[in-house]
Design a protein around this ligand. Structure first.
Ligand SMILES: Cc1ncc(C[n+]2csc(CCOP(=O)(O)OP(=O)(O)O)c2C)c(N)n1
Length: 375
């Protein structure tokens, strides 16, 4: 376990002071470094505008089902994914739109999936929580809390078995660290030296329950020590700090030493789009606004002379237009045919297996197709 000096912010003033302090570091920065920071900002803002649009689409009943947003986690997402190579694998939970876009999946296809349309990344059958793209090596998107962790561990075992040099990055929420699969997976990964980085996005809440109320060890990165796994905690509102920590973690995993990275972040809205988050005080909400990672990072880049009002406005225009294009694409896309509901499912037809569609009679099951007839 790595010794830590960083602790969560208490006030917005502290975050702002830290941002101001960073300008002193700009002296030795190269042009490429500057471009990288602006690129981080561009990606963060695209997530922000995409998620705001998704929230609006939900209230307009264009999006149905569950819908969890990455608002407040933009710096975490962008910093983490900057450490991955195209050949690496990504597993996330259900709070995943920003990961999909940042991994390089076309925002049109991500929005179409939210709209449940046939051009969506999972052909409209997965929705917000179940995006999957083998080309970008994003292997879900999981609605079951912790469901991704054993699968990600298995992917890391497969890489090791084949002698590959890829790594797996597996993200999860803070509440997820209390389920058994988390501990079983970390144990196996540490025993077998698997090439995997487990990332806890600690947004301090599992639905409405705080980390302190649910976790006997609230400094979650310390859980790695139970498995002698290297671990670290990083400020998730700073994409540069997250990128550096993620690079260290990925290098460790690539070297056969699994890593546990805790990214302390914020969730700006409710658990999902239908949660008004009444359990939060007005004071807490005001403080969240002060810490907003998109605004804080913009202020930092202005302070460092990398952006000004005009360039900020231009980046915003581009992000807004890109998201509008995605929404128009999604709306123009068709709904999938109901007859394709069981396509791409893995279960083989077995007696008594229910494959009825809504409205079909309960006791007169539809004829079971021959084995092999179902794709
Ligand atoms: C096995 C299982 N139990 C319960 C739920 C309901 N549920 C969905 S999200 C969630 C909270 C998870 O919180 P956390 O891990 O902190 O992630 P966050 O939503 O904050 O990103 C719960 C209990 C579920 N989807 N799956």
């Amino acid at each position: 376990m790595t010794a830590q000096t960083w602790t969560p912010r208490k006030t917005g003033q502290k975050a702002a002071a830290a941002a101001r302090g960073s300008s002193a570091k700009s002296a030795g920065r190269t042009v490429e470094d500057g471009e990288r920071l602006v690129d981080f900002y561009r990606r963060m803002l695209l997530i922000r505008r995409f998620e705001e649009r998704a929230a609006r689409g939900y209230t307009q009943a264009l999006i149905g089902g569950y819908c969890h947003l990455n608002l407040g986690e933009e710096a975490a997402v962008v910093g983490l994914l900057s450490a991955l190579r195209p050949s690496d694998y990504l597993f996330t939970n259900y709070r995943e739109h920003g990961y999909a876009i940042t991994r390089g999946i076309d925002p049109n296809r991500v929005m179409a999936e939210l709209y449940g349309r046939v051009d969506g990344v999972s052909k409209g059958w997965g929705g917000s929580m179940h995006m999957f793209d083998i080309d970008k090596r994003m292997l879900g998107g999981y609605g079951i809390v912790g469901g991704q962790i054993p699968l990600a561990t298995g992917a890391a075992l497969a890489i090791d078995y084949r002698g590959g040099d890829e790594v797996v990055l597996c993200t999860m929420g803070d509440g997820t660290t209390n389920i058994g699969a988390f501990h079983e997976s970390l144990n196996i990964a540490a025993l077998w030296n698997l090439p995997i980085v487990y990332v806890i996005i600690n947004n301090r809440l599992g639905m409405g329950t705080t980390v302190e109320k649910s976790s006997a060890e609230p400094e979650l990165y310390r859980r790695g020590s139970a498995y002698r796994m290297a671990s670290e905690r990083v400020d998730g509102l700073d994409p540069v700090a997250v990128a550096a920590a993620a690079a260290r973690a990925a290098a460790s995993a690539r070297d056969g030493k699994p890593f546990l990275l805790e990214v302390v972040s914020e969730r700006l809205r409710g658990h999902s789009v239908v949660d008004p988050a009444k359990y939060r005080s007005a004071e807490e909400v005001a403080e969240l606004k002060e810490h907003d990672p998109v605004h804080t990072f913009a202020a930092r880049l202005v302070d460092e002379g990398l952006l000004d009002a005009d360039s900020l406005a231009k980046i915003d225009e581009e992000a807004t237009a890109r998201v509008a294009e995605a929404a128009a694409f999604a709306e123009a896309s068709a709904f999938p045919e109901v007859s394709t509901l069981f396509d791409y499912t893995y279960a083989t037809p077995v007696p008594n297996d229910s494959r009825r569609l809504p409205g079909q009679p309960l006791f007169e099951p539809a004829p079971i197709p021959e084995y092999g007839a179902v794709r």
